[in-house]
Design a protein around this ligand. Sequence first.
Ligand SMILES: Nc1ncnc2c1ncn2[C@@H]1O[C@H](COP(=O)(O)OP(=O)(O)OP(=O)(O)O)[C@@H](O)[C@H]1O
Length: 129
Amino acid sequence: MAWKGKTPFSRRRVIGSFTYAIQGVWYAARTEKNFQIHLIAAVIVSMCGFAFQLNKVEWLFVLICIFGMFSLELLNSAIERAVDLATEEIKPLAKQAKDLAAGAVLVFAIMTIVIGVIIFLPKVLELFQ
Ligand SMILES: Nc1ncnc2c1ncn2[C@@H]1O[C@H](COP(=O)(O)OP(=O)(O)OP(=O)(O)O)[C@@H](O)[C@H]1O
């Protein structure tokens, strides 16, 4: 614990926690294939959002989907590492932990796709009318 001995809300501790969090996001952006795919998808979806001039509510849903996917992907990567740290052997509990974490990402991804279809499909269809 790098902040041991500091008061709970000391400025250095808060800045330290923030710095570590940024390091985590930066590490994922540099090394995690899935996180990079989500980054590209987020840029494409945002460009589509501007192109189709989404309203405020539509943007809120899109942003929740984008940042929710990032958050879950980061958690999934953290769980994978924690499991690998706990054991290098093949164990049913290790499999369950990793598969459950991957399942959480999948469930949110399905919701994201459904929301994407609800928001963008009518706008795309309008282009062909
Ligand atoms: N220690 C283990 N014991 C049993 N099964 C495992 C173990 N480690 C991984 N697995 C199984 O292999 C799958 C793939 O694990 P892995 O660690 O390669 O992650 P991944 O899903 O390929 O993620 P990423 O590609 O992001 O690293 C897991 O989802 C799990 O089902």
